[in-house]
Design a binder for this molecule. Structure first.
Ligand SMILES: Cc1cc2nc3c(=O)[nH]c(=O)nc-3n(C[C@H](O)[C@H](O)[C@H](O)COP(=O)(O)O)c2cc1C
Length: 194
């Protein structure tokens, strides 16, 4: 059982990374093999809307997205983590999402991947500095459709308001515990909406 964590904040030891690490710790406790990918280490071109993917579901851009497609398809469960930047996810995280148009094409246009019968679950982790009611609405919608594109069920999320300074999330032990629980439940299947 493999769990892939995508760390979408450009800064290291960020609130997002701290929460993601806890979630991966929980997934590990539940028996999963975990891997963390840092968007800040990848060079990913935004989608160029060439639509080469319509031919066979493969994107024609050669960059760090290539190995990430494999990781996204091979993982049993995915934890996607990004802070809120202007009511959405970070540009780095969004580039990954947009490039998954190729995987959306595979599923919804070319009808590929039907042989994969696994129930794959996804969890979303996010933080934002402010406290507005709609703070996470845009990001949650984006991630729901991202998970659909990669064939993962949106199983749950951890969304924490009022977190702005680097590492501030450490002062919120309840959120850290919630992150561990999210990772654990993603693997155990407790967080399965179906
Ligand atoms: C470019 C940028 C845009 C941001 N936009 C928002 C926003 O729209 N709403 C909000 O509440 N916080 C916003 N923030 C604050 C971050 O979400 C907050 O500092 C968060 O804790 C950063 O997470 P990190 O430590 O994981 O990188 C923004 C920060 C940056 C740098």
């Amino acid at each position: 059982m493999r769990v892939l964590g995508i760390m979408g904040s450009p800064r290291r030891q960020s609130n997002t990374e701290i929460l993601l690490d806890k979630a991966l710790e929980g997934a590990g406790e539940a028996g999963a093999e975990v891997e963390k990918v840092l968007v800040s280490k990848l060079k990913i071109t935004p989608c160029l809307e060439i639509y080469a993917c319509l031919k066979d579901g493969n994107c024609s851009i050669r960059d760090d997205m290539r190995p990430l497609y494999d990781k996204l398809l091979e993982a049993d469960h995915v934890i996607f983590a990004s802070p809120i930047f202007f009511y959405g996810i970070t540009s780095q995280a969004k580039a990954i999402v947009d490039r998954c148009q190729a995987l959306w094409v595979r599923r919804h246009v070319l009808h590929m991947g039907g042989e994969d019968k696994r129930v794959r679950r996804g969890g979303f982790i996010s933080v934002g500095a402010t406290r507005g009611e709609k703070l996470f609405d845009g990001a949650v919608l984006t991630v729901k459709y991202f998970f659909d594109a990669i064939g993962v069920k949106y199983a749950g999320d951890l969304l924490v308001r009022g977190i702005g300074d680097k590492g501030q999330i450490e002062e919120n032990p309840a959120a850290l515990q919630d992150a561990i629980r999210l990772g654990r439940e993603l693997v155990s299947g407790t967080k399965d909406p179906s």
